[in-house]
Design a binder for this molecule. Structure first.
Ligand code: NAI
Length: 709
C-alpha cells in the first residue's frame, strides 16, 4: 500500500513526519494522507520517548492544499456527514497543538490552503528562504473558505486586520513577506531548515498563544474601535468587489468576526459550518469544477492529440509589432523563447520592442521581476523589417491589421522563408481561419491563435482549427501556448469563433436596450449586478464602437441577405457618425475624464428614457440569457463541443460570471427547460435572437443538463 507519510525518530526523540505522496503530483491533504497523519500524530503524541515533532515534505512543495476531490465526494453525503469530516480535521489540528509536545513545521516549499492551516496548528513555522515559495490561504478564490482552522488561527496570530485581508482576497505571499506579516517564525537558508526546526523544537513552549491564560488578539478585540473599523471596512470592500455575488468572502468574514469573540474551539465550529455551507452551494461546486479542474486540465493539455512528439520552441517570428504583436512577443520572450519581431519598417518594430521594455520595467518596479530577468527577456527580441530574418523560426504568428489581403501577403512572404516543418498562426479576431488558410501554401500547417488584450494579463488563447489544420499542427500550437504559460481552449472555425461571438451578444444586447428607452445607468449596473466585470455600455466603449461598426459592415457584406439586422446596429452607427468611438477618443456612451467617466449628457436626448423602466432582474436576465443562447448555438454548430471549454473560455476570455463557473455552468444552473421557456418569452417580446436553437429544445424536453448529471 502506498504511503503518503514517513516517520523517523532521531536519537534525541524528535519525530520527523515527511509528506511524500506517491507519484509525481505535489503533496495534498487527501483522505489517505490525512488518515496516515491522524495515526502518526495519535501515537507520537502519546509516546513518552518522543520529545517533539517536525512536519516537512520530501517533494519540492510542502503541501499545496487539500485534495479538492474530497469536495466532489461531498455530493454523496449529507451536510451532517460532511460536517463530521471537517470537524475531524479540525480536531486533528487541535490534538497537534494541545498534545503537550512541541511541533514545528519545516516548510521546504509552498504551503497553501489546508497545507498552511496544518502549519498554523504547529507551535512554530520555519521556512526555506526561496522567493518562489508561496504561503497563504487561497480558498476564497475557489469559492471556499479555509476550513482547517485558518479563519481562527491566522487572525489570532497576526490580528484580524491583516488576516481578513489575506483570507478574503485569497492572497498568497513569499516567505519574507510572511515573516514581515508575522505568520512564519523564521526564514532560513534551505540547507539549515531541519537544523533550525530541531533547535526550535528544543526551545519553544508547546502551547499556542491562544491557549494561554490572558491571551488577547493582536491589534485589538473585535469590538475595539480598530476591530470595528476592520470589519465595517471589509464588508464594504466585499460588497464593492463582488456585488453580492460571492458567498465565500462574506462567510469567511462571518467566521472570523464571530469566531474571534469565542474560545478557539467554538470558533472552529463556526468556521466548519461556514465551510460546509459553501461546499454545498451550487456556485462553489461550479467554481471548483471550472477554475480548478477544467482550467488545470486545459493547462496540462489533456485534450492534446496523442502520439505527437512534444514541440519545443527556440525561436518564433511575430508579424506586426502593434498592440497584439508586442504582447505576444513579451509572453514568448519572458518564457525563454527568442522572438523575431517584424513590422513595416525597423522603427515600427523597435517601437514594439520598446513597449515590451515598458511592461518589463513596470514588473521590475512592482517587484515581480528581477532586473536581470527583464534585461535577458528584452535581449531575446530582435526587431526587424526583413522577412529573411524569420528563417529558423518554428512558428510564425501573424498580428498585422485585420485585412484579408494584407494577411495573405505577409503569410506568403513568411512562408517563403521559414522551414518546411514550421507552422503559421494567425491572431485574427474576426476573419474565419479557413479563409485565411486558403492563401497559405500549406493550409494543414495553418492555425488560429487568438490572443486577448492586454496579452500580458489575459491567460486565454483561443486555438482555432481551420478546415485543413492537421493534428500535428494543433499539438504543436498547443505546446507553444503551454510554453508561454497561457491556457488554451480549442474551437472550430466560424465567424467570431466562440469568445468574440458570445461576448458580442452581451455588448449588443445592452446597446439594444438603450434604443428601447432603458436608462443607460440601469443597463450598466445590471450587467455588474449579474456578475459581469463591466457593464455592456462600458465594454462597448472599451472595445471601441468604430471597430464594432466595421465588424458589422464586414459581416453584412459577407452574409448578404442572410444577415439578421440587430437593433443595436443603428445606435452604434449613430455613435460612430457623431465621432464618439469610445474610450480611445475619450467619448462614447460615456465621457472620459482624468479620473472617472460620466454618461454622455446628450445620450438621453437621442435615446430618451421610457416612462416605465424594466426591472433590474429583467435587464440582468436578458444580458446573461442572450450569452447562454449564443453559447448553445455555438455548441449546436460544433464551434465549441465540451461544456468545460465553454466555461474556461468564457471566464478567461471575457470574464463571464466566475461564480457561476462560466457560461455552460450558468445554463445548467438555470436548467435547460426553464432557460428555453424564459428565452421563448424574451423572443416574443424582444426579438427572434432569443429563440432557443434546436439543441436547447432537445435538452429542454427532459430538462437535461450540458454536464452529465
Ligand atoms: P495594431 O494596429 O496595434 O498593430 C498592427 C501592426 O501591424 C502595426 O504595428 C502595423 O504597422 C503592422 N503591420 C501592418 N502591415 C504590416 C506588414 N505588411 N508587415 C508587417 N507589419 C505590418 O493592431 P492590433 O490590435 O495589434 O491587431 C493585430 C491583429 O490582432 C488583428 O488581426 C486584430 O484583429 C487581432 N486582434 C486584436 C485584438 C485587440 O484587442 N486589439 C484582440 C485579438 C486579436
Amino acid at each position: 500500500m502506498p504511503t503518503h507519510l514517513t516517520v523517523q525518530t532521531d536519537a534525541d526523540g524528535i519525530a520527523i513526519l515527511t509528506f511524500d505522496s506517491p507519484g509525481k503530483a505535489p503533496n495534498v491533504l487527501s483522505e489517505e494522507s490525512l488518515a496516515e497523519l491522524r495515526d502518526a500524530v495519535g501515537s507520537l503524541i502519546h509516546d513518552p520517548a518522543v520529545t517533539g515533532i517536525i512536519l516537512t515534505s520530501a517533494k519540492p512543495d510542502f503541501l499545496v492544499g487539500a485534495d479538492l476531490k474530497m469536495l466532489l465526494a461531498a455530493a454523496q453525503m449529507t451536510r451532517a456527514e460532511f460536517l463530521e469530516r471537517v470537524r475531524s480535521l479540525q480536531q486533528l489540528t487541535r490534538t497537534l497543538e494541545t498534545g503537550g509536545k512541541p511541533v514545528v513545521a519545516a516548510l521546504n516549499g509552498t504551503a497553501l490552503g489546508g497545507g498552511f492551516e496544518l502549519a498554523l496548528a504547529c507551535h512554530a513555522r520555519v521556512v526555506a528562504d526561496d522567493p518562489a515559495i508561496r504561503i497563504g490561504l487561497p480558498e476564497v478564490s475557489l469559492g471556499l473558505l479555509p476550513g482547517g482552522g485558518g479563519t481562527q488561527r491566522l487572525p489570532r496570530l497576526i490580528g484580524a486586520r491583516e488576516a481578513i485581508g489575506l483570507i478574503t482576497q485569497g492572497k498568497t505571499v513569499p516567505p519574507r513577506k510572511a515573516l514581515e506579516l508575522g505568520f512564519v517564525t523564521e526564514v532560513v537558508a534551505r540547507d539549515a531548515l531541519l537544523d533550525r526546526a530541531r533547535a526550535l523544537v528544543r526551545s519553544i513552549e508547546p502551547i499556542q498563544p491562544w491557549d494561554k491564560k490572558g491571551y488577547r488578539i493582536p491589534g485589538g478585540e473585535v469590538h475595539s474601535p480598530a476591530g470595528l473599523e476592520t470589519f465595517v471596512g471589509t464588508n464594504a470592500m466585499i460588497t464593492r468587489e463582488t456585488w453580492g455575488n460571492y458567498p465565500a468572502p462574506r462567510l469567511a468574514t462571518y467566521a472570523i468576526y464571530h469566531g474571534l469573540q469565542l474560545p478557539i474551539d467554538q470558533g472552529l465550529k463556526i468556521e466548519a459550518r461556514g465551510f460546509v455551507e459553501l461546499v454545498f452551494h451550487p456556485s462553489t461546486r461550479n467554481m471548483v469544477r471550472t477554475l480548478f479542474f477544467s482550467m488545470g486540465s486545459a493547462k496540462r493539455l489533456e485534450h492534446r492529440p496523442a502520439g505527437i512528439p512534444k514541440a519545443s520552441y527556440r525561436q518564433v517570428g511575430i508579424l506586426g509589432a502593434g498592440l497584439m504583436g508586442h504582447g505576444i512577443a513579451h509572453a514568448a520572450a519572458l518564457n525563454g523563447i527568442d522572438v523575431v519581431l517584424l513590422d513595416v519598417d525597423r522603427a515600427a518594430a523597435e517601437r514594439g520592442k520598446e513597449r515590451v521594455g515598458a511592461i518589463l520595467a513596470d514588473a521590475v518596479k512592482k517587484g515581480r521581476l528581477t532586473e536581470e530577468k527583464a534585461a535577458a527577456t528584452l535581449d531575446r527580441i530582435r526587431p526587424t523589417a526583413d522577412f529573411a530574418d524569420l528563417a529558423g523560426s518554428s512558428l510564425v504568428i501573424e498580428a498585422v491589421f485585420e485585412r484579408r489581403d494584407l494577411k495573405a501577403e505577409v503569410t506568403r512572404q513568411a512562408e517563403a522563408v521559414i522551414g518546411p516543418e514550421a507552422i503559421m498562426g494567425t491572431n485574427t479576431s474576426t476573419l474565419p481561419v479557413s479563409g485565411l488558410a486558403e492563401t497559405s501554401v500549406r493550409p494543414e500547417q495553418f492555425i488560429g491563435l487568438h490572443f486577448f488584450s492586454p496579452v500580458e494579463k489575459m491567460a486565454l488563447v483561443e486555438v482555432i482549427l481551420g478546415a485543413h489544420t492537421s493534428d500535428t499542427t494543433l499539438a504543436q500550437a498547443l505546446d507553444f501556448v503551454q510554453a508561454i504559460g497561457k491556457t488554451p481552449v480549442v474551437v472550430q472555425d466560424g465567424r467570431g469563433f466562440f469568445t468574440s461571438r458570445v461576448f458580442g451578444t452581451y455588448l449588443t444586447e445592452g446597446v439594444a436596450m438603450l434604443g428601447e428607452g432603458t436608462g443607460a445607468a440601469l443597463i450598466d449596473h445590471a450587467g455588474r449586478l449579474a456578475g459581469m466585470p463591466m457593464g455592456p455600455l462600458t465594454v462597448a466603449d472599451m472595445v471601441n464602437l468604430d471597430l464594432s461598426h466595421k465588424i458589422r459592415l464586414q459581416t453584412e457584406a459577407d452574409l448578404g441577405a442572410s444577415y439578421a439586422p440587430h437593433p443595436a446596429d443603428p445606435i452604434i452607427e449613430f455613435m460612430v457618425q457623431q465621432g464618439r468611438y469610445g474610450q480611445k477618443v475619450k467619448a462614447g456612451f460615456f465621457d472620459y475624464h482624468e479620473r472617472d467617466a460620466t454618461l454622455w449628457p446628450l445620450l438621453e436626448t437621442h435615446y430618451p428614457k421610457a416612462a416605465i423602466q424594466p426591472s433590474v432582474e429583467l435587464v440582468q436576465q436578458r444580458l446573461l440569457h442572450i450569452q447562454a443562447i449564443e453559447t448553445l448555438r455555438c455548441m449546436e454548430e460544433g464551434i465549441v463541443s465540451r461544456p468545460e471549454d465553454a466555461d474556461v473560455g468564457s471566464i478567461l476570455g471575457w470574464g463571464f460570471c466566475p461564480f457561476h463557473g462560466g457560461v455552460a455552468s450558468y445554463i445548467d444552473r438555470i436548467g435547460t427547460r426553464r432557460l428555453a421557456d424564459e428565452c421563448d418569452a424574451l423572443a416574443d417580446r424582444f426579438g427572434e435572437r432569443f429563440r432557443p436553437p434546436a439543441l436547447l429544445r432537445d435538452l429542454a424536453r427532459d430538462d437535461r443538463s450540458l454536464y452529465p448529471a
